[in-house]
Design a protein around this ligand. Structure first.
Ligand code: ADP
Length: 398
């Protein structure tokens, strides 16, 4: 039966079998190792003793081997591990033990290089021993050394999986906490801002006659700044809320999504006289209808907004292979190659608000949404010619 750590990391025996197949650890290897049980048994005490002498000669590992009883306990468990490799029982309990190596080292703060080094040490001891024992049969010796090396790689990878898993969990938790903090701060900032916006409106409406033109202009700037700051905070709230709630996955007909988006941005389409062409019918995908709508809305409004052509044209395409690849191509102003990767960062804008209005968060939201849906987004562009934004969506969700 799988143990607690295997369950926590989502590793079952099926996964282990796939890993074994990938490193080429086959039945034959198990048999070759089992044939050496007697040989290893004979040398186990000496090998473990040498192993611990080596650990004691390094300050970092010596720090954990303070008293004799700890050393004896650890030596007994090392001996058991060493022998278990040659007993042919590569079962759940064996692999749970390998994950535990990672867990223990993680807990005491010894990074993976130390246990990787320890596995290396065992290879250094065991390989010459096997080569010597099979001197008359070099191919057999080599096959046994290779079998052992495959086991050590499987075992090392499992120990490292624990660190990897903990790092991902920690990272996710840090991102969640950061977003919660952003959410609270952004929310609190909105309150006084509402006051600034409301009272500058009251002043403009009710006290305009008391102000000269300069005064009215200053007040208008003040109100505009408050509105802009509110837009920034709203975008920040949207960005922060994305990691707090997961997607609401369902079947989504993207043709319907596109019709709705075109309706939402109808004003800018008409104002610019833009033409939107869908090159082939869009698929029905498994996704979050609101999130996917946001992606299309952001990309289409940008394609129209950052467009100085007499006839702004946007082409939407899709290719279906192992995943969906969407493209949104415009004949707009284009993006300088030096900036193409930066535009997906929050608040990164290449123009002033006087030239093109916006907060600079739209593409950061698209990136986060698409990555949360298991896809990727990128852009290709030529200044003065136009840009194409590509994004992928998986066909099946894990
Ligand atoms: P916003 O539209 O609010 O400025 P975005 O995050 O959507 O913010 O875009 C970031 C920046 O990327 C824009 O300010 C613009 O400089 C550039 N950009 C985005 N889409 C296009 C496009 N289709 N063509 C040219 N530049 C673009």
């Amino acid at each position: 039966m799988d143990g607690g750590l295997m369950r926590e990391l989502g590793i079952d025996m099926e996964e282990i079998r796939r890993r074994m197949a990938f490193v080429g650890f086959l039945e034959r290897d198990v048999r070759l190792l089992s044939e050496m049980e007697g040989l290893i048994h004979e040398h186990a005490d000496r090998l473990v003793e040498a192993f611990y002498q080596h650990l004691l000669s390094f300050e970092e590992t010596r720090a954990f081997l303070k008293d004799q009883s700890t050393i004896e306990r650890l030596m007994a468990s090392q001996r058991k591990y060493l022998l278990s490799i040659f007993q042919g029982n590569f079962d759940g309990a064996y692999f749970e033990g390998r994950l535990r190596i990672g867990a223990v080292h993680h807990r005491i703060g010894l990074p993976p290089r130390w246990y990787i080094g320890a596995y290396c040490l065992y290879e250094n001891y065991l390989s010459p021993l096997i080569a010597e024992a099979y001197r008359g049969e070099p191919d057999g010796g080599l096959a046994r050394i290779m079998a052992l090396s495959k086991v050590f790689r499987l075992d090392m990878a499992l120990a490292m999986d624990f660190d990897h898993h903990r790092m991902i969990t920690l990272l996710e938790q840090t991102i969640r906490e950061r977003d919660e903090f952003t959410h609270v701060v952004a929310h609190d900032l909105k309150e006084p801002l509402r006051g600034v916006e409301a009272f500058s409106s009251f002043l403009l409406e009710d006290y305009a006659t008391h102000l000269d033109e300069q005064g009215k202009r200053y007040l208008s700037f003040l109100k505009e700044s408050a509105v802009h700051m509110k837009d920034l905070i709203d975008d920040l709230l949207t960005l922060a809320s994305l990691s707090q709630k997961g997607p609401n996955i369902q079947k989504v007909d993207l043709n319907q999504v596109l019709t709705q988006v075109q309706h939402d941005i109808e004003y800018s389409i008409k104002q610019k006289g833009a033409e939107i062409r869908v090159l082939s019918p869009l698929p029905v995908v498994l996704s979050d209808p609101i999130w996917i709508g946001e992606i299309f809305k952001n990309l289409l409004s940008n394609a129209i907004k950052f467009n100085a052509s007499t006839f702004p044209r946007v082409e939407i395409g899709v290719q279906e292979e192992s995943l969906y690849l969407f493209s949104i191509k415009d004949n707009g102003i284009g993006i300088h190659p030096d900036h193409i990767d930066h535009i997906f960062l929050p608040f990164k804008r290449l123009h002033s608000r006087e030239e093109y209005e916006g907060t600079g968060v739209g593409l950061a939201i698209c990136k986060k949404v698409i990555e949360n849906l298991g896809g990727r987004i990128w852009a290709e562009s030529r200044q003065g010619v136009g840009s194409t934004f590509f994004f992928t969506l998986p066909k099946k969700l894990d």
